[in-house]
Design a protein around this ligand. Structure first.
Ligand code: ATP
Ligand code: MG
Length: 429
């Protein structure tokens, strides 16, 4: 009876639609991916930044853009009891730039201000494989410098992160979106072209607000009509052309392969010049594992000074899926190296002390809690994945030893209690 009502209560509480829980052992892979993505950026002088999980909704409507899907359809918004309009963060760049401006990092430190972050993001999307309402990104931003080397640096850091993880089948798509000088001319030419097409009302409205986004429309009916659309690369001004050529040359020199994709957009007026996306072919239609670009106008859009900047955000969930699709197994540290199996109360206290000493010495150690019998405790030891079991009964303690059992070979050695830590450490290297 009790069991029934408990399990139906548990069933009533499911993770919300479009979300999933990270649980051992898979959660360890997730953590390792986060760390591996951040590692190259940390080595390159990017400092850790953490911002709140929610912001004033206006930061995103201005900082991401009124005409983007993120703002028009995907934001989780809420009104506080005090009447403030907040949104769960749908992306990281606007918050990171807001935080840097608020703390005057651009005035007090070297430029560029280089920051990396890792966290949860929220978008009200139609859930499907690789597309969730709660997901995880690691990002890096370099704020306050216009230098093609910086664009190249960030792209190389992302490539190194994927490569270090062992990912192979990812591709880098690269484009330039021009700047304040050449983009308006292109924008007008594109609008002229798009106005002549057979499009639905929403898309026609988009032509007037954010025509570049139309190029990003995933529907076949739209893509078919875009074959002859004017391309930004034919409209770049000399300065943008030179900048882009320099980024391309730097990437080539670093051995980074890329594909020029003249239709790749990030679609906002303040995204400028370099834009890029990483795609993986093992993920079906949710193929983007990460993306980024230069956003020279964003600071001014959110009330700051002119601060040309560049950054990326890589999706952790999709990177994990990409690794899985390639069958890559990460080399993860052992959860438990040593598992203690006490026989009797005196041994429980003695081995508990030994486990504490092992942990303090940096050895991953666990214990057969709950007064399990020998057989059950050994089963737990094997299930834990530990290399060694530490077994002791009254007779062992009387002799001042514990039995160190190699769970792989079955070999057992008596080790003096005082030497257990040193002995285990010597065997683990
Ligand atoms: P898509 O075109 O797939 O919607 P996006 O352009 O909206 O991607 P960005 O805003 O550039 O994505 O975010 C960077 C990365 O974050 C993406 O490349 C992807 O890996 C990940 N990401 C974005 N939205 C989601 C989501 N809803 N679920 C899981 N990962 C996501
Ligand atoms: Mg999206």
């Amino acid at each position: 009876m009790v069991t029934d009502s408990v399990s139906s209560a548990v069933r009533a509480f499911q993770a919300p639609k479009g979300t999933y829980d990270l649980l051992p052992p898979d959660s360890a892979v997730f953590l390792a991916v986060r760390e591996a993505i951040a590692a190259p950026a940390r080595r390159a002088g990017y400092g850790y930044v953490e911002t709140p999980g929610f912001e004033n909704v206006e930061l995103f409507s201005r900082g991401v853009g009124e005409s983007t899907d993120i703002v028009t359809k995907e934001m989780f918004t809420l009104t506080t009891k005090g009447g403030s309009e907040l949104a769960l963060r749908p992306e990281g760049t606007a918050s990171v730039l807001r935080a840097a401006l608020q703390a005057n990092l651009h005035k007090t430190g070297n430029l560029p201000v280089k920051l990396w972050y890792s966290g949860s993001y929220y978008r009200y999307e139609r859930p499907q494989a690789g597309r969730y309402r709660h997901f995880s990104q690691v990002g890096a931003e370099a704020i306050g410098a216009e230098d093609p080397l910086l664009d190249a640096e960030l792209i190389i850091l992302a490539v190194d992160a994927y490569t270090d993880l062992g990912l192979r089948n990812f591709r880098l798509l690269l484009n330039s979106l021009g700047d304040r000088e050449c983009r308006p001319v292109y924008r007008a030419a594109l609008q002229d072209f798009l106005r002549g097409l057979d499009l639905d009302e929403e898309t026609r409205a988009r032509i007037e607000i954010n025509p570049l986004r139309v190029l990003d429309d995933k529907r076949d009916s739209v893509q078919k009509q875009l074959a002859d659309a004017p391309l930004i690369r034919d409209h770049l001004c000399e300065a943008c052309k030179a900048y882009h050529e320099e980024v391309r040359a730097l990437l080539t020199e670093a051995g980074v392969a890329f594909e020029d994709d003249p239709r790749l957009v990030r679609g906002l007026d303040y995204y400028t010049r370099t834009t890029f996306e990483f795609v993986h072919d093992g993920l079906g239609s949710q193929s983007a594992v990460g993306g980024g670009g230069r956003y020279d106008g964003l600071s001014e859009m959110i009330g700051g000074p002119a601060l040309p900047s560049v950054g990326w955000a890589l999706g952790v969930d999709r990177t994990v899926l990409a690794l899985r699709s390639e069958g890559v197994e990460l080399a993860l540290p052992a959860v438990t190296d040593v598992y203690a199996v006490p026989l009797g109360d005196e041994a429980r206290r003695a081995l508990f002390g030994t486990v504490t000493a092992l942990r303090r010495a940096g050895v991953a150690a666990d214990f057969a809690f709950g007064g399990k019998g020998m057989k059950n405790a050994m089963k737990s030891a094997n299930r834990s994945g530990a290399r060694f079991a530490l077994v002791a009964g009254e007779r062992d303690l009387a002799e001042g030893v514990v039995q160190l059992k190699d769970l792989g070979s079955g070999e057992q050695t008596a080790v003096p209690l005082a030497e257990v830590v040193a002995s285990v450490k010597a065997r683990l290297v």
